[in-house]
Design a protein around this ligand. Structure first.
Ligand code: GUN
Length: 291
């Protein structure tokens, strides 16, 4: 029987584990605070930001939200960032990506105080992660690691194929999984849109992580017998539903499930874990700043 890895359940355990630390910090007058910044009105981003705010409320993290008009100047966004850097009640914050085309996201990230960069995107934090001294693990890769741990997957010496080379998922996850650590020591192949024989690379893997942002790119014919499949994709595709779309992953779930020993669903797999690890990083930020 294929195990369906329940991201909602694992995320819920992580939130429970955080409540003690949040209570202790709050009792000491240092309630953890997270801010979300959204520039523009992309509907998917609005949904994500709303969910992050709701998560904070549930675990007792103070949350604030900053909206910046989509046609505002980059400097307007930089001013909001500078204010968050200076606000002692905000221990961590994220600027939701993507930002409008006239704004350079790299420059935005460079302006975030690395100590408050709970996404783990600032070059200082990327450098620390690659050096094996991460301050904040980026939320989605960290969530993937926690899901693998929860499914009892021992990565030591295993072949992992990651499909996707993004700065947010593919690159940091590859770096984490090759590290000399209990949750590392894997042999990692990173594939992308120019990979010549993607199916050969995924079929050979003990663990496949699909993070390409391409709906149902990976199907059962590309999965080796008994492999573990982690689907990071969240793609809105047109469908005859109330909302006019449905969410599908980067994996064709039904055919991949036939091959896999365990697999994450979409929704209910990696998504809730990304959000849980943001709470984790916020608590860590608060502990470091208040400690
Ligand atoms: N957009 C999609 N994923 C993310 C994320 O993890 N952090 C931010 N800031 N924006 C995103």
């Amino acid at each position: 029987m294929t195990e369906i890895i329940d991201g909602n359940a694992v995320a819920s355990e992580i939130r429970d584990d955080l409540t003690d630390a949040i209570e202790t910090l709050t009792d000491a007058g240092a309630r953890p605070g997270l801010a979300t910044v959204l520039m523009g009105d992309d509907p998917a981003s609005q949904t994500y930001v709303n969910m992050k705010q709701r998560d904070c409320e549930e675990v007792g993290i103070e949350s604030v939200h900053v909206d910046v008009a989509g046609d505002a100047s980059p400097e307007t966004l930089y001013e909001e960032i500078a204010a968050l850097n200076d606000d002692p009640a905000v221990h961590g914050y994220i600027v939701q990506a993507p930002v409008p085309d006239h704004v350079d996201y790299r420059e935005v990230i460079r302006r975030v105080d690395p100590a408050k960069d709970v996404d783990g995107f600032h070059p200082e934090n990327v450098g620390r992660l690659v050096a094996g001294d991460a301050r904040f693990r980026p939320c989605t890769p960290h969530g993937v690691q926690k899901l693998l741990e929860s499914a009892g997957v021992d990565l030591e010496g295993k072949d992992v194929t990651i499909v996707g080379r993004s700065d947010i998922v593919g690159k940091p996850l590859a770096n984490l999984l090759i590290q000399k650590a209990d949750d590392g020591n894997a042999t990692v192949t990173v594939c992308h849109s120019r990979t010549e024989d993607l199916a050969a690379k995924t079929r050979d893997a003990d663990i496949v992580v699909a993070a390409a942002g391409a709906p149902e790119l990976v199907d059962g014919s590309m999965i080796g017998d008994g492999a573990v499949v982690i689907d990071v994709g969240v793609n809105r595709v047109d469908a005859d539903t109330e909302k006019g779309y449905e969410l599908v992953g980067d994996v064709e779930f039904e055919s991949a499930k036939e091959q896999a020993s365990s697999i994450t669903p979409v929704p209910g797999g990696v998504g809730p874990m990304t959000r849980a690890m943001l709470l984790y990083n916020t608590v860590k930020a608060a502990s470091l700043q208040e400690g």
